[in-house]
Design a protein around this ligand. Structure first.
Ligand SMILES: [Zn+2]
Length: 225
């Protein structure tokens, strides 16, 4: 009985909240019913391309999806990655069903920035997707140059900002492999494109990308492969 009261008290002071709208929810719920319905209705596999490599995303970046991705990125709410990862895992298993990836990997952060944020949300996402799809996770890239935040730059500067920023950790582990590169949001696509081109120098057999959301329409369209 005492435990139940403590539980009730704890819950009254620190209630679970819906990650999308901040409404109070039951502890066993992952989001409120309205938001679950809305998010599921907006889920749609979107095919695109980055730097000549195939990419898929599960959502258009905006509204509630934008809000939750910002909370994940800047407010340590990484527990919310799991529920969105399930939808992206479904898209990966459907659209890339014959691709037989050997490695799932993520866009890296510079170690100073990662130390500052204490996590890299794309790595957490890639590891979760690895669990859900059965593709082994491997850290393949490191960011060796600190760069300006891409969203602070105009489109032209975004293209040059990342030159020489990434490096393959062990090219021998990439050669001849089929690789799926994960990032949280596809905006201009330059970060993912530079990561793919860097990996490509180690001669993998295939590189594809997947992101939770895409800011489709905000930037010049890229070829859909
Ligand atoms: Zn809600």
């Amino acid at each position: 009985m005492r435990i139940r009261w403590l539980y009730w008290l704890g819950n009254a002071f620190y209630p679970e909240r819906c990650p999308y709208c901040n409404r109070n929810i039951e502890p066993e719920e992952i989001a409120c019913d309205d938001c679950i319905k809305e998010v599921l209705a907006k889920h749609k596999a979107i095919k695109s391309g980055v730097g000549g490599f195939r990419c898929i995303s599960s959502f258009v970046y905006g509204g509630k999806i934008r809000r939750i991705l910002l909370r994940i990125k800047y407010h340590e709410k990484t527990q919310f990655i799991a529920q969105l990862a399930e939808l992206l895992a479904m898209d990966i298993l459907m659209i890339y069903r014959n691709y037989n990836f050997d490695i799932i990997t993520a866009v890296p952060m510079h170690w100073i920035d990662e130390l500052d944020r204490e996590y890299n949300q794309s790595v957490i996402l890639a590891k979760k997707l690895g669990e859900l799809t059965g593709i082994p996770y491997l850290k393949t890239l490191e960011k060796i140059k600190r760069t300006e935040k891409q969203h602070n730059l105009n489109y032209a500067k975004r293209k040059t900002n990342l030159i020489g920023a990434f490096q393959v950790i062990d090219p021998e582990r990439i050669k001849g492999k089929r690789i799926l590169v994960i990032d949280d949001i596809l905006t201009s696509g330059n970060t993912l494109a530079v990561c793919c081109k860097t990996l490509n120098r180690a001669k993998p057999e295939l590189i594809c990308c997947a992101t939770l959301a895409t800011a489709k329409g905000k930037y010049p369209p890229q070829a859909i492969i």
